[in-house]
Ligand binder design. Structure first.
Ligand SMILES: [Zn+2]
Length: 319
């Protein structure tokens, strides 16, 4: 029997609530994507004869997060049809949901069908909205960021991803990343970076073009050497569940290097669920588990680490 068969598709139990004076914000999540993901898990559980798994809506997911001290989220819309979804969620939950918008690096190479199929057959991922040329998709990001200044608090996630796309798409991704850097600077907005297997390319591009004043590495995945570069340039690191994974000493060391003034916490839900629940569905209520690992890396009490991330979030986004 496959490992897949035995996967536990249920929700992880809620963590202990953070203290009232140590509430935090999930710096990067995809709440709208958690709903269909959980629905798929629920169907699979039934198929495999596992206990029923409830499917929660956006309002319930936000309430569950608030119950454990996650007072708000930055929801990221990074596929063309999802830009407005993130903004609408922010409009419906003022003060609790904020939006970050961009064309994700793996999306940027699909627009206008200009991408080169990667090792995992990228070509089959084309959807009808990818007929829109990249420049037009990017213009929509700019239009929405200008139209909704109270909701859109960051440009992101943008950057480079050489894991899925393959080397052939490097220049297309770099060009798309540069367009986002320029927009963030033009609008005076912070930028959230997606960097997967592309540390060198991302850093080179940031240094060549000049990074936005507030530059955040979302789900930071670098080593100590990269942590030093981030500290030197005043870049911020946002830690997902991966900070709790065995073997990620470089990620934890980087947190110590940049220090409490430059760290934030995130879920990147529905993926990257923190220990001890790796493999379950992730959602903003899971943040306190990740904070335990981050606090440990920083050698701080949990509440102090939580407050540090909250201060950083305020400094970076003004929220
Ligand atoms: Zn993300």
């Amino acid at each position: 029997m496959s490992k897949h068969h035995h996967r536990d598709r249920s929700w992880a139990p809620a963590p202990s609530a953070l203290p009232a004076d140590a509430q935090v914000i999930d710096n990067h999540t995809h709440v709208a994507s958690v709903v269909p993901f959980a629905r798929a898990m629920s169907h699979e559980a039934v198929e495999k004869g596992q206990p029923q798994v409830p499917v929660y809506g956006v309002d319930e997911l936000l309430a569950q997060a608030a119950d454990v001290g996650v007072e708000g989220v930055i929801d990221c819309g990074c596929e063309l049809p999802n830009l407005q979804v993130a903004i609408d969620m922010a409009r419906e939950h003022p003060g609790q949901v904020h939006a970050a918008i961009a064309i994700h690096p793996n999306e940027a190479v699909l627009h206008g069908h200009r991408g080169v199929p990667g090792p995992d057959g990228l070509a089959v991922k084309y959807k009808p909205y990818h007929d829109v040329p990249f420049d037009e998709a990017m213009a929509e990001v700019a239009r929405l960021a200008r139209a909704y200044p109270r909701q859109v608090v960051a440009i992101g996630e943008t950057g480079m991803d050489l894991f899925r796309t393959g080397a052939a798409a490097v220049e297309l991704q770099r060009e798309a990343f540069r367009a986002h850097i320029a927009l963030a600077k033009e609008l005076g907005l912070p930028m959230q970076i997606h960097d997967r297997d592309s540390h060198r390319e991302v850093i080179e591009t940031l240094l060549a073009d000049g990074a936005p004043e507030r530059t955040v590495f979302h789900s930071y995945s670098g080593d100590a050497e990269m942590g030093e570069i981030a500290r030197e340039h005043g870049w911020y690191l946002s830690f997902s569940g991966t900070v709790s994974y065995k073997g990620n000493d470089g990620i934890r060391e980087s947190a110590r290097i940049v220090g409490p003034s430059h760290v934030m916490v995130e879920t990147d839900a529905p993926y990257l669920t923190p220990m001890p629940y790796r493999g379950r569905t992730n959602a903003p209520y899971m943040i306190p588990y990740t904070l335990v690992a981050l606090a440990d890396a920083l050698d701080l009490p949990l509440a102090e680490a939580a407050r540090a991330t909250r201060r950083t979030t305020r400094e970076v986004y003004g929220i």
